[in-house]
Design a binder for this molecule. Structure first.
Ligand SMILES: [Zn+2]
Length: 119
């Protein structure tokens, strides 16, 4: 069984859209990151400003990491769409529920395998 073309086209459009959004967010994150400011080393900021810059840098790094993982997931999903294996569970090869894919288009496992994985 394969996904109907209309559905896979829809998912593809959604994934591409999502990927573009992530790219944009990553770029704006880089711009906001105080550590990427080249003038930062020259300014004699008070130490509490330093500390808050430090923690916001850490937050951004965590967010950036998350976005990178998500971007990779989307990339994988697009590759799988391309190959015509999208929607197939990577563990048991059965079709992933379309309701599940609607919620999580990057899902690699069917509900059963996902549950097994968590154990
Ligand atoms: Zn499975």
């Amino acid at each position: 069984m394969k996904l109907p073309k209309t559905i896979s086209e829809e998912i593809k459009a959604h994934l591409i859209d999502e990927e573009a959004k992530i790219k944009k967010t990553l770029v704006s994150l880089k711009l906001q990151d105080p550590f990427s400011d080249p003038d930062r080393l020259n300014d004699n900021a008070a130490s509490d400003t330093e500390a808050s810059e430090e923690s916001s840098h850490e937050r951004m790094e965590a967010l950036e990491k998350e976005l990178n993982i998500h971007q990779e997931e989307i990339h994988q999903a697009l590759m799988r769409l391309e190959k015509g294996i999208y929607g197939k569970c990577v563990a048991c090869a059965s079709m992933i529920d379309t309701d599940r894919l609607a919620i999580k288009p990057t899902a690699l496992y069917c509900v059963d395998c996902e549950k097994k994985k968590e154990k």
